[in-house]
Design a protein around this ligand. Sequence first.
Ligand code: ADP
Ligand code: MG
Length: 361
Amino acid sequence: MSVIKIENVTKAFDNTVAVQDFNELIADKEFVTLLGPSGCGKTTMLRMIAGFEKPTAGVISIGDRVVNAPKTFVPPEKREIGMVFQSYAVWPHMTVFENAAYPLKIAKAPKAEIRRRTEAILQAVHLSQYGGRVPSQLSGGQQQRVALARALVCEPKVLLLDEPLSNLDAKLRESMRFEIKEIQKNLGITVVYVTHDQTEAMAMSDRIIVMNQGVIQQVGNPTEIYRRPVNRFVSDFVGKVNFLRGEAANGRIELTGLGQSAPYAGPCSGKVVLAVRPENITLSAEKPDISGGVLTGSLMSMFYLGDVNDCRVNISGEILRVITDSHSFDTLTEGQNVFLDMKEFLVYEDTGAGDDTRIVT
Ligand SMILES: Nc1ncnc2c1ncn2[C@@H]1O[C@H](COP(=O)(O)OP(=O)(O)O)[C@@H](O)[C@H]1O
Ligand SMILES: [Mg+2]
């Protein structure tokens, strides 16, 4: 069993609190991602799990063993973890086989066993036919798979990955997501993955832990995080979003300064912030017959992106981003009046606390 239990973990560097009172239980064979902007404490948290960094306070356990506590410290090499970093960190003078086999050689495994296990792991990362090459004869993605093989060859219970795909080009990054997922499933290991890329986090994770300034903002599966972000920071970080201020009363939200309102059946009243994702707004040239009504505005600009049409709509001076079907590019014209139907939105209480404003519905 490779459950990871993190209890009240704090890490301070001089005056910087990198991680603050972190609590989470990561299940056996779970794929969990730490997601957040640069500097929010992701790497520090991962390095504490690995044993490269000691917590200022708190307890970390891997399986049924406490690895960090006020009077306990298990060194990294005794934690049965594998780790892969952003830089490929493979040895240039060694072949792919030698790189992957290295941890077994250090552990003084018998020769036949080294061969058998290294061949098996090279097969798992689809590098069997490259065993004799040196890293300079490989692509970036292949080099990162060598690093992955080396991290996995000792059959760790836990694999820690710190932005492992950031140095790869976009297409390769996408295909590597699926490969890492597949390897994790086939080997049945627990993965803690670090990224600042929300799409990557959504594509790969069972659960995502969203962090900001060392503090966990929300923990949930990708749909929960995307559809029910608990505060403005999360809704902004995990996707694109328009925020509109308003006043909720009598089943409607009167949008501040716009002279328009939207139907709203939720429990909130008084000052609110309405959050609507660009893809949850439908644009039309003709006024649709929708009970409760729609917003009206003027189509400022359109950007044809192939798969979608990325629009900006001016509603009484407020600019809304709307992402619609790419075919709408042919039927709409910049400058024309349009009707906006907000199919799905969230309402946050406007406490004046900015990003921390909590979700109401
Ligand atoms: N060794 C260190 N000494 C001092 N400050 C550090 C050290 N490592 C990280 N920090 C600080 O801790 C914060 C979190 O850093 P980090 O965990 O690397 O964030 P992330 O991986 O999310 O970008 C940052 O403010 C960073 O400057
Ligand atoms: Mg980092």
